[in-house]
Write a protein that binds this ligand. Sequence first.
Ligand code: HGY
Ligand code: MN
Ligand code: MN
Length: 430
Amino acid sequence: MHNLRINAQRLWDSLMETARIGATAKGGICRLTLTDLDRQVRDWLKAQCQALGCTVTVDEVGNMFATRPGKNPSLPPIAIGSHLDTQPTGGKFDGPLGVLAGLEALRTLHDHSHTTNAPVELVNWTNEEGARFAPAMLASGVFAGVFTADYAYGRTDRDGKTFGDELQRIGYRGPEKAGTRKLAGMFELHIEQGPILEHEGRTIGIVQGAQGVRWYDITITGQDAHAGAMPMALRKDALLGAARVIERVDAIARDLSDAVGTVGVIDNKSNSRNVIPGEVFFTVDFRHPQEKCLDWMEMQLQDALAETLTPMQLIYRENRIWASPPVHFSPELIDCVRVAVETAGLSYRDIVSGAGHDSVYIARVAPTTMIFVPSRDGISHNEAEWTSLEDCAAGAQVLLNAVLEYDRRLESRGLADARAAERGRHATFG
Ligand code: HGY
Ligand code: MN
Ligand code: MN
């Protein structure tokens, strides 16, 4: 294993510098995808990568690829990356750590004039969060063939703006068809976003896979009416109906071990203190490591809607807008991470991701795995999100080591294949 040491302070300085793009008063970041702030941080990343001699290309849904050449340009690159878009009340590390640790890996290779055998490619995936344009992991999903580019272009935010128009507006709708470039593999460094690593005092999570996710849009319709004049017995109160269903969503998740259920968005259309709500929209997010359990949760939700709302004379529309099945990552890349962690002498444990990530979709088209570092108090999607400089640096070092380990394995396999082919040629010529 090469002794290429990443520069922890330089990584930290880049994290703090880019955190100023969309900085919130409470110390987080609000940098929604395809906003001017997203463009600003994309421009920054592009300039940093070009300064290292990388070529930067952008595909049709805004995914950015910064490629550092290897000795063997015919090989598909080893990718490292994550996302730079954030939640509205996001933290400094969810996404940016993976991209900036990848940048630090490129800087370290550059500092040491170390040329890998395969090219190394830093990737910034568009719209991982799904906060502005649902669903999440949209552009890595297009890259992996889960969604079409046209489906992505048509997704609208709550102001009615489309993904396609906003991508064009910020100048990041690239010429390359998404998914045409091949990857030898992808490693994604990410914060755990949960409490396990910190609770157990471990520095690194060797991620085995990610649980499944399902998103639903639900609209309940009753009748707007006067808060003072309409008797209780005659009301069709959509917000009351939503409240009772939301209780059931929570109960469905609590009734099944390893399940989670969340209502994150609720819109009361009339939203006036003296109007009985006649129309309410809300979202449901279900997650579980097993697909059949997600099926059970979905059935329970449908029962809850019918049992709760029909007696209240409320009508409803339930629309499943996203289903991402549970995924297992590449055993070989997981092993590269294990070798990298052991070489670095860091504490670790195997872990399954509770959150969704671009790696979930990239795993469909290339060997993929993830590396986790601890989240303080297990908090994420929160402006107080925090991971220490030391843990960020440890994760970045493991990321670089894992890439170099995988590059070494591919090179020796390539040499072995070449020798075998040579022997084969000699054998035929006798
Ligand atoms: O929803 C998720 O798990 C991710 O943050 N997009
Ligand atoms: Mn993320
Ligand atoms: Mn996130």
